[in-house]
Design a protein around this ligand. Sequence first.
Ligand SMILES: Cc1ncc(COP(=O)(O)O)c(C=O)c1O
Length: 366
Amino acid sequence: MTKKLNFIRQHILDLPAYQPIFPLDVLAEELGIDKNQLNKLDANENPFGPLPEVKEVLSEIDSYHIYPDPESRQIRNLLAEHHNLPQECIVIGAGADELIDLIMRIVLDPGDKIVNCPPTFGMYAFDGLLNRAEVISIPRNPDFSLNLPALISAVEIYQPKLMFLANPNNPDGSTISEDDFVQLVNLPILLVIDEAYIQFSDPGQTLIPQISDYPNLIVLRTFSKWAGLAGLRIGYGVFPAEMTPVLMKAKQPYNVSVAAEAAAVITMKHLSKAEERVAKIIEQRNQLLVGLAQIPWLSTYPSQANFILCKVMHRSAREVRDGLRNQGVLVRYFDKPGLSDHIRISIGTEEQNQQLLCALKGMSKL
Ligand SMILES: Cc1ncc(COP(=O)(O)O)c(C=O)c1O
């Protein structure tokens, strides 16, 4: 018998798998429900999809056989203009996800430490482990605010290189207070603020204007949520200018596809139209909060994002997720500490939200 060869690095073998969302057709088949009948409120996607102009532009491109611009110049120019920043500060990624990994790849040596504040977006800890970092977890307070004293002493004790904070945070939708931000950014650490949902928050929350004041601050953005381009994979980061050449050197040369860049460019050119859709989602979020308040066994958290986290009382959150799923309504359940009695509902169209509320009301009778 031949000896089984093991070529895989041990820390990758040991890595717990990230739990992504199942593709719609797989779920539809599993549930025996037509995929067009599924009400997808589980991945914080944009229920309106991309602008119609995106579909038009994508159907007209005649250069799909040519590699994309490795420097994504067109979209970087537009973003630089939009944020009133030099183009040298902006790096484009295949989603913010790629940039989270890229930052770690250029910053971390094996054994370096990063700080993570769960419950939060799972990729920070996942990519940290993938990059052989030690992940120092400083759990949030029960209301999901940051535990500042614990964070400050963790930085002192462990001397981590990096800290990741989503603003607003996924899964609860809370934002970082100005006071917390100022205390954190003044620590000897590279602070990455992930603004994947910032367009859904109150005006003035973005930390991009602070970039020029702090050489240890990075802000990430994505076109997945507000612009409805999750399937095309495009996001960007605003970096201290001296980091950009290193990121450009370390990234895959053709990381952003021709289609993704063109879609982002046309969206930026029709920004006010995309913003109108964001405003509709915010309006729907506020209406859904009112509707959810009528479900006596759910309690909601205020949200500055395109989702609402709900605590499920007197019944199991997993069963609520399953019960909704059997009716074709998909919401997110996390089997994780601090979240196992919660579900997260992404904001849909008015019709989608009504269907969800109806299904929840029906479950109240059980
Ligand atoms: C906080 C946060 N950051 C980043 C992402 C991923 O963004 P992208 O689709 O651009 O990779 C998500 C997706 O759910 C998220 O919740």
